[in-house]
Design a protein around this ligand. Structure first.
Ligand code: AMP
Ligand code: MG
Length: 346
């Protein structure tokens, strides 16, 4: 199935290339439009870029994504994360990238009272989210895993990281946001003026569309994957969503359980939110916040936005209501019958 999907994706890309992406002028032939389909970080990624030699630039981008995957992977032997997790309490040296992501994640962890916690890995394992063999953990197993969770015990000094024995870190909630920032930096560096970067639903747009109009990004309807709950029109922004529809399962008790965990009790966060989208210029921050705000729930997420600003947000609640921040008023479009409310600063 996965192979068939990959093949279809490749076919799609091939068709797009055959559709004529080349722009010929008298002296040189330059590629002005290119597409890349990449499977990395357990995610189907899709990038569309416009500018001179866009195809070559996308090859550089792909290499960068694969090298970041090697650093951040929790399972790949000798990745930075693997090395930290297998140090048995000893201090280890890691790359600048890992330090940067760790520092940002710990900062948001502090600011959100631990709603984001990069040491949750043992709890995710207890639920089977790390192996796809999902199940409700027994009470004892969950308590044992929760006892190992405490982002406050992650110590960083220059490029050195130390965590207690048996503790494990995992950057799954933030790595794709950092990666999209890196992709956009490379695209800028090579003078690409327009691009759409979609890392498995984490979208980052660069510039406007080549015709100068704004990019239209659909926010998935958490209750119906074939629909969008709204569409935002923007340029130069990351649009990052955390939803309860990804990596979820229905257990024997007939209830649905999902992959975003509340570190305070080790259970899937169930505070009224089914999806939260964070929009801003810093992909890593948006990614960290989308996960953290999901855990905080509607009321505390709104409070966080009112006190911290610098990002826009769209929350879909479990009763299908949509809350969105005032900065989006001019660029958000809904179906007429969507129940919604604009959030203002107090
Ligand atoms: P995202 O899709 O960005 O919200 O990230 C969710 C992923 O981060 C999950 O699949 C887990 O691997 C991990 N995760 C789940 N809950 C948390 C949490 N409260 N803090 C940090 N990471 C989490
Ligand atoms: Mg996230």
């Amino acid at each position: 199935m996965k192979n068939q999907k990959t093949f279809l994706n490749l076919l799609f890309v091939a068709v797009l290339f055959l559709c004529g992406c080349k722009n010929t002028n008298e002296r040189t032939v330059v590629q002005t439009e290119a597409y890349a389909d990449i499977f990395a970080m357990d995610t189907y990624m899709y990038i569309r870029a416009y500018g001179e030699n866009a195809d070559t630039v996308l090859k550089i981008v792909e290499e960068r994504i694969l090298s970041l995957e090697k650093i951040f992977s929790v399972t790949e032997l000798n990745s930075d994360v693997w090395t930290v997790n297998h140090a048995d309490g000893e201090t280890v040296e890691v790359s600048d990238e890992t330090i940067s992501v760790l520092r940002s994640a710990l900062d948001i962890a502090n600011k959100t009272g631990g709603a984001l916690d990069i040491t949750l890995y043992p709890v995710l394992t207890a639920w089977g989210f790390t192996t796809e063999k999902t199940h409700i953990p027994d009470e004892f197993e969950l308590a044992e895993a929760l006892a190992l969770v405490d982002f406050g015990k992650v110590k960083i000094e220059n490029n050195s990281v130390t965590i207690p024995e048996k503790m494990n870190i995992d950057l799954g909630a933030v790595a794709k946001g950092y990666t999209s920032d890196e992709v956009v930096n490379i695209l800028h560096e090579y003078q690409i003026e327009s691009a759409l970067v979609n890392l498995g639903g984490n979208v980052h747009v660069l510039g406007t569309k080549p015709d100068g109009s704004l990019w239209k990004v659909g926010i998935r309807d958490p209750f119906d994957s074939s629909k969008t709950v709204c569409i935002v029109e923007l340029s130069d922004a990351a649009v990052i969503t955390s939803g309860n529809y990804e990596r979820c399962f229905t257990a024997e008790d007939g209830k649905k359980y999902w992959h975003i965990i509340d570190p305070s009790d080790g259970f899937p966060a169930n505070n009224g939110i089914v999806s939260v989208t964070v929009i801003g210029t810093d992909g890593l921050l948006c990614d960290a916040l989308s996960t953290a705000l999901f855990v905080l729930g509607t009321e505390r997420a709104i409070e966080y936005w009112q006190n911290n600003g610098e990002f826009e947000m769209i929350i879909v609640t479990d009763d299908a209501k949509v809350y969105y921040t005032e900065g989006l008023e001019e660029c958000i479009n809904f179906e007429a019958d969507t129940e919604r409310e604009v959030l203002h600063r107090e």
